[in-house]
Write a protein that binds this ligand. Structure first.
Ligand code: IVH
Length: 694
């Protein structure tokens, strides 16, 4: 599928795509984290996430409650029940400039047809940067709590919300409606957030990027006991339907909420003009850095409820309210150094080490530089003074360089071409933003994950050797490279602390593991190829390669020779139907890395890779023949034809060469038919091909 560039996306398309990406990424997270059985490469996975972030960056108001960027670590796959909201949970229109607020007031006047003299009271409330939730009360009992979800349907997080002290469990006041929904924001205070992150960090757990993520992650925990330990708070500010309350204004509603035991933001203010609103806005903007929680603007709401109901709603937001957003918080500081981090996919990420500076009340000493192009585009250099901005995140962004302050002797940053962790080459493939370390088998930044893949079900399938063991063995230095798995037993027998005496192990379980490992000293070629975790080489590609090359040695030789693009090996590899230039590049890169070849050599001393057994092809005329299909076939699709040919022992190729045995031509065949004629390859019409099948 060809993707529309993010800058050309319409809002509607963006919303649709974000929804799709959220589902897709959640699906792959489940496969990866919970089933240990990913079906796409890490690079493809990263692409999805990058695309999602790019769209969110352009359309921040479309960021979904279930956005992948709000999920941290293991996926939040909720068996959370879906809940239909009785009244939709809407969003708010945004204003940025003072003029937007004057316009807002003007619109209200026009809509209500009231004179300039009429005072329009507006309640101004801080816009809390958390996540919204709705609380359903039945006969005073907190009966059901839900996330906003898509606005119409959220998720049932009642058990988790019950753990919040700010949410009353029972309201006995006689004027509290028998059935109502109270709405508001779940959030986390800065100091609680930081303490929690420190604790997580100490335990080696992933830290949350900002209080909003932390709140969102905490509220969607599967175990409410976990939520109970998280310092979550709640501000109430709205309801599903004012008509069941005996109040005339929003301000009175807030007063009532307080009486009933809800926490209402104490900074809310009743204003009588646009000027008053703006004064309040600038006051809070100045105070923002010292507030104990994140706010990203002020929400203005028409106070009179009869006016609110006259104005009503547009499709996504009430006409009687607007969110006046704050600009991002900025500061200047010196960039002391640029260092490179290596992620689990091998991607090299540059990070700026900054002279610590306070931005929006938080001391910042690091900023993300994203990737090589970003550094080049902004021409960020060590020693530069840079403008940084925090948009709610712990890791801020570098906005620009203050060129006037650049030291005379500064040099452009040279992005390393070797991995800082393992010393392997770091290369950048066409069309990819990240430079990647290709020492997949040796790089400790990637190793434990690669090892997990190596032993996984569709690869070596070593029973009882799960992720937990891989990680533990890797940490202890017992298994660093794939070959170490097969020398484990011999080393263990000489060890002073053999496995059987270790915690969590006994003689039997240790013996079982060693047996499971030695059962796998023989492996089929396609499993072996897949096990290596070469980028883009999933199971399907591994099978194509195995069937084409049949033996490990001929595969390996061919991959080494294919580095030369003029070689026979290169065109042979490219001719395999289903193998394109990008996979070819990854394969060649893998075999071009001496570290990887060392591992292969060591590994092959321990195991035997069996020749690929081709399907039983009997007396098929296509056994071991190379076929090319061209033009459109009438009786079957191209994919069907391909599967059929392969089941009869043929190799299906995408280009015609002297090695091709048959070219099957359909309608409008094009250049391949011509090439076949020139090379004297046997040409079959569709009918002939069909006849040969029976
Ligand atoms: S009122 C129908 N009041 O902002 C109007 N929203 O951009 C409902 N928010 O989804 C919203 N503080 O999560 C309202 N004092 C406040 C708020 C607030 C934060 C959030 C809320 C909403 C989002 C809209």
């Amino acid at each position: 599928m060809r993707l529309i560039p993010v800058e050309n996306l319409s809002e509607e398309d963006a919303a649709k795509e974000l929804e799709h990406l959220s589902e897709l990424i959640a699906h792959h997270d489940t496969l990866y984290y919970l089933k240990d059985n990913p079906e796409i490469s890490d690079a493809e996975y990263d692409e999805l996430r990058l695309r999602n972030s790019a769209i969110e960056e352009r359309f921040p108001h479309l960021i979904r409650d279930d956005s992948p960027s709000l999920r941290v670590g293991a996926p939040l796959i909720g068996p959370f029940k879906k809940v239909q909201h009785r009244k939709p949970m809407l969003s708010l229109d945004n204003g940025f400039e003072d003029q937007d607020i004057f316009d807002f007031i003007e619109r209200i006047r026009r809509f209500l047809n009231v004179s300039r003299e009429t005072i329009i009271e507006i309640v101004a409330e801080p816009k809390i940067d958390g996540l919204s939730a709705t609380l359903d009360y039945q006969m005073g009992h907190f009966a059901l709590g839900a996330t906003r979800g898509d606005g119409n349907e959220g998720e049932d997080i009642t058990a988790n919300l019950r753990t919040l002290k700010d949410i009353p469990r029972l309201i006995e006041a006689s004027d509290f409606p028998k059935a109502t929904e109270i709405r508001g924001e779940v959030y986390m205070r800065h100091e609680d957030f930081m303490a929690m992150n420190e604790e997580r960090n100490a335990k080696g757990e992933a830290i949350f990027a900002n209080p909003r993520n932390a709140a969102a992650g905490s509220v969607r925990q599967l175990d409410p006991r976990v939520t109970a330990k998280r310092p979550l708070k709640f501000f109430a500010y709205s309801c599903d339907d004012y008509s069941s309350f005996q109040v005339q204004t929003h301000w009175e509603f807030l007063e009532k909420l307080k009486e009933w035991g809800f926490v209402v933001n104490p900074l809310a203010r009743l204003c009588k003009s646009a000027e008053e609103l703006l004064a309040f806005y600038h006051e809070l903007e100045a105070e923002r850095a010292t507030l104990p929680y994140d706010i990203d603007g002020i929400v203005y709401k028409v106070n009179r409820l009869d006016w609110q109901s006259r104005m009503g709603f547009s499709t996504r937001a009430p006409r009687w309210a607007i969110a006046h957003k704050f600009p991002a918080q900025k500061a200047q500081t010196r960039l002391n150094d640029i260092f490179i981090q290596v992620g689990r996919t091998g991607a090299l990420t540059p990070v700026a080490a900054l002279e610590p500076v306070t931005v929006g009340g938080v001391v910042v000493s690091r900023a993300s530089l994203h990737n090589e192009d970003e550094i080049a585009r902004k021409d960020v250099r060590v020693g530069d003074t840079v403008v940084i901005q925090r948009a709610g995140d712990v890791i801020p962004q570098i906005v620009s360089v203050v060129l006037e302050k650049r030291p005379a002797d500064s040099q452009p940053f040279e992005f390393p071409h070797v991995c800082p962790v393992c010393g392997s080459h770091a290369i950048r493939l066409e069309g990819e933003v990240a430079r990647k370390c290709i020492g997949g088998l040796v790089c400790s930044a990637q190793a434990a994950l690669r090892l997990r893949h190596f032993v996984s079900r569709d690869a070596f399938d070593i029973e009882g050797f799960g992720s937990k063991h891989v990680d533990a063995f890797y940490k202890e230095g017992l298994v660093k490279y794939p070959q170490d798995i097969f020398t484990l037993e011999a080393r263990d027998s000489r060890s002073l602390t053999p496995l059987r005496v270790r915690e969590g192990w006994g003689p039997l379980s240790a013996q079982n593991l060693f047996k499971a490992i030695s059962d796998r000293r023989e492996i089929s070629l396609h499993r072996f190829i897949y096990s290596l975790g070469i980028p883009q080489v999933g199971q399907a590609t591994a099978k194509l390669l195995a069937r084409h090359y049949v033996s490990y040695l001929s595969w390996k030789e061919a991959m080494i020779l294919a580095k030369d693009q003029n070689s026979q090996a290169f065109s042979d590899l490219m001719s395999i139907d289903g193998i394109g230039p990008s996979v070819t590049e990854d394969l060649v890169a893998f075999f071009d890395e001496p570290h990887n070849l060392d591992v292969l050599e060591a590994l092959l001393k321990e195991i035997q890779v069996l020749d690929e057994v081709l399907p039983d092809i009997g007396s098929s005329p296509f056994a071991n023949k190379t076929i090319v299909f061209t033009g459109s076939l009438q009786h079957m699709t191209r994919s069907e034809a391909k599967v059929k040919a392969e089941s009869l022992g043929a190799k299906v190729s995408s280009s015609v060469s002297a090695k091709t045995d048959y070219v099957v031509i359909g309608e409008d065949p094009g250049s391949k038919a011509k090439a076949a004629k020139e090379l004297g390859v046997t040409i079959l019409g569709e009918e002939e091909w069909l006849k040969m099948l029976v």
